[in-house]
Design a protein around this ligand. Sequence first.
Ligand SMILES: Cc1cc2nc3c(=O)[nH]c(=O)nc-3n(C[C@H](O)[C@H](O)[C@H](O)COP(=O)(O)OP(=O)(O)OC[C@H]3O[C@@H](n4cnc5c(N)ncnc54)[C@H](O)[C@@H]3O)c2cc1C
Length: 430
Amino acid sequence: MSYDAVIVGAGILGSSVAYFASENGLKVAVIEKEKEPGIHSTYRNTGVVHRPFYLNPLKRKASAFAASRSYPFLKKFVEENGLYWNQLGTLEVATDPEGAKVIGDYERWARENGMEEDEFQILDDKGIISEEPNVRGKLAFLSMTDSVVNFKQISEKMIEVSESKGTSVFYGCRTESVSSDGEVSCSCNGSEKKISGKAVVVAAGGETFNLATKNGLKGYAQLHFRGDYWKLSEEKGKLFRRNIYTVPRFPNFPFLDPHIIKRHTGGTEIGPNAFLVPGPYDYQGTLSKILKNAFGSGEGPFSVKARLFRDAEFMRLVFADWKISLFKSSLMRKVSEFAVGITEADALGKGISGIRHNIIDERGFLSEPFFYINGRALFVLNYNSPGATGSPWYASVILTALKNRGLLQAIYANLVINDESEALAVKALG
Ligand SMILES: Cc1cc2nc3c(=O)[nH]c(=O)nc-3n(C[C@H](O)[C@H](O)[C@H](O)COP(=O)(O)OP(=O)(O)OC[C@H]3O[C@@H](n4cnc5c(N)ncnc54)[C@H](O)[C@@H]3O)c2cc1C
């Protein structure tokens, strides 16, 4: 079977690529190993459509741009299709003078990343209490436009619309390898299948790295960081009106601190931390996973990971976040730095954990997503937060990159609309 575009993975990114490709008349196939779209990171995340105030434009310009450009598209798509959207807002709190300086950076970055003046406010300690009576801090950034969604629901709808335009979706099909001439070899419910495309996009979350290394990618390794969430009792959940984040403890690493979040289900949860786990699907188990790391964590050569494991600050983060997963008291100590009125007894049990798949090179973490392109195959790596928010823009960038290489012929009415985004797209190619 031969298609214009073959997409491996029906998470929010693969679904977005399928949506735009089929909207533009391409013959599309999606290959998904599970029985439905979006059951991994797309479902197991915080569910926030992020505004880009916290993204330093010097380091994370492409992600900031992706979040900015994707926001109006997502809002319209959700509205038009009757999906969940709750513009609750996010309060990002600094609890010490060091953090207060970062709030100043956020104000600058918000403007530089294109947020409108009426989208945000800076609050002092009294302002924080008047907005959120159970939150304490020195200074805070209030984003009024951050919104709570269900990314799995969005992904499902994108696939549904794409199928209505002729896209074939192969569920229960695990991709084993992707060749540079556009052939995808899969194992579909026990039988071998080959599906070819003029272009292949690999958006397979935690498995993209292995598929890319089989295809020749060298010089990188991958580590997995699980985010655990804890459910807050309904009564205590009512103490907080919106998502409450704090300025991250470890700004050199790509993780936010555990925060209070409002779910599309109506519940309130605390999380996620960044718990180093050995594999891409280690959603359960705590002590057993900590011990398993001793036999090797993640994928790729140890020589690439060695520098990071010798970095004292990184090891502090690893141990601090293992502690949070092991002991509820540790999580609560962290949260009580900014939230009052909740105790360990109010964290009822674990919610649904999700796993980030971070690519590192010999210098450490890569801060942005990047593409590895070999012939007709494009692999999307390091596609982490705010990846779900930025998927529509990244999908457009991917299709534009394939068109610019002469692999796809259609003209795209997509989100890559001016020279600046073209330039960023090239940068995103890494
Ligand atoms: C804890 C956590 C919190 C987050 N919070 C947010 C947030 O609030 N806002 C935000 O914007 N982003 C957030 N993110 C990031 C966001 O969730 C991810 O960037 C995004 O979901 C990645 O989407 P994806 O489609 O690339 O991956 P996935 O959703 O993991 O999809 C990959 C798909 O590929 C399939 N697949 C894998 N291997 C194969 C194979 N060999 N063959 C066929 N199919 C395969 C999988 O089954 C899966 O369906 C968070 C992430 C985590 C982990």
